[in-house]
Design a protein around this ligand. Sequence first.
Ligand code: NAP
Length: 339
Amino acid sequence: MKKYTFAVVGALGNVGTEMRNILETSDLPIGNLILMDLAQNAAKKVSWRSNEYTVIEAKAESFTGVDIAIMSAGAGASLELSPEAVKRGCVVIDNSTAFRMAPEHPLVILEVNADALENHRGIIANPNCSTIQMLVVLKPIHDKYCIKRVIVNTYQAVSGSGQAAVEELRSQIRAFANGEEMLASVYPHQIAFNVLPQIDVFLENGYSNEEMKMILETAKILDPKIKMTATTVRVPVMTGHSESLNIETEKPFEVEEIKTLMEESPGIVLQDDPGKNVYPLAINAAGKDAVFVGRIRRDFSAENTLNMWCASDNLRKGAALNTIQIAQEIVKRNLVRVQ
Ligand SMILES: NC(=O)c1ccc[n+]([C@@H]2O[C@H](COP(=O)([O-])OP(=O)(O)OC[C@H]3O[C@@H](n4cnc5c(N)ncnc54)[C@H](OP(=O)(O)O)[C@@H]3O)[C@@H](O)[C@H]2O)c1
C-alpha cells in the first residue's frame, strides 16, 4: 500500500496533541510524519511511536513533499499556510474557522456527508466541535423523521478554548483552594465555579459567533431547511462538551424507535437508563471516540418533539478524531490529490 507523508500543524496545541495521540495507533499509511508549530516552538522534541521528532516551523516551504496536512493552529495560520500547502500538492484538512463556510470547500463529518469529499480542491474543513456531536445525532433522526426545528443549548468545556483556558481554570481552582484572588484573562469572567453564557464574540443579531456557527454549519452540512436556534455556554469542565437538544420532526415517532435508531447509528453510544442514573456525562465521554446520547423523552409541550442529551470529547470527535477520520476516508477513496 502507498505510504503518505503527513504533517500535523499546531502540533503542540490541545488539538494537535490529541491528533498525535490518535495517529500513534491509527492504521493510516504514514510513511513520514512532520510536526509543525510556531517558530518559537521549533526544535522542541516530541516522542511519537517510540521515536523522537523535532518540531519545525510552520511556513510555506515546510509543506514541500507533504501529502496530507492536518492543521490546528488557528484561523490566521490556516488562511496563510493552507493555500501555500495546496500549491505544493498537499491536501489540507483544517480545524479552524478559516474555510468552513466557503462554498468551494467541503465541511465534513463522515457519519453525515462523507460524499462531499469527492469534489475537494485541496482544502477540507472540519466543523465546529459543538456542531459535530450534534449532527452525528441529528442525521439519522432527520433521515427517518425529517427534522423541522432544533433548539440546542450547549455546556462546553474549557479545552475548547485552547491550552491557555485549561491553565486558567486550573489556576483559578488552585487560587480558590489557597484563598487567593482568582484572575481571569482568557475569559471575560471567572470560569471556576461559574457558568458563562458567552462563547466567542457577540454579533449584531445578539447571538454569539459560536451559536451562529452551529446554525450556519448545520445548514451547509445537513439541511438548510432545518430551523435552528442555539445558546452556547462555557462551563468549568476540562474536556467533554454536553448538549441539550429539543428536536421537532415532520413525521411522528415512538421514543423507543428513537432509542433503537440511536443504538444502530454510526458513531453513537446510547446511555439511557435514568432510573439507574445512567446518562451521558462529560467526564465519561472524555478520552472516548463516540457521541453518547441519553435522557431521550417525548416533549409533552409540543407535537412530534423530543428532548435528549448528548456528550462527546470536544478534542477527539469534536476536533482531532474527526479530522483523522477525514484523512482515512480520502486515503480510502483515493482522493489524496489537489485539483
Ligand atoms: N479545542 C477544540 O475543542 C477545538 C475544536 C475544533 C476546532 N478547534 C480549532 O483548532 C485550533 C487549535 O485549537 P487548540 O485548542 O489546539 O489551541 P491551542 O491549544 O492554543 O494550540 C494551538 C497550537 O498552534 C500553535 N500555533 C499558533 N499559531 C501558529 C502558527 N501561525 N503556525 C503554527 N503553529 C501555530 C500554538 O503555539 P503557541 O501555543 O506557542 O501559541 C499551539 O501550539 C483553533 O483554530 C480552534 O478553533 C478547536
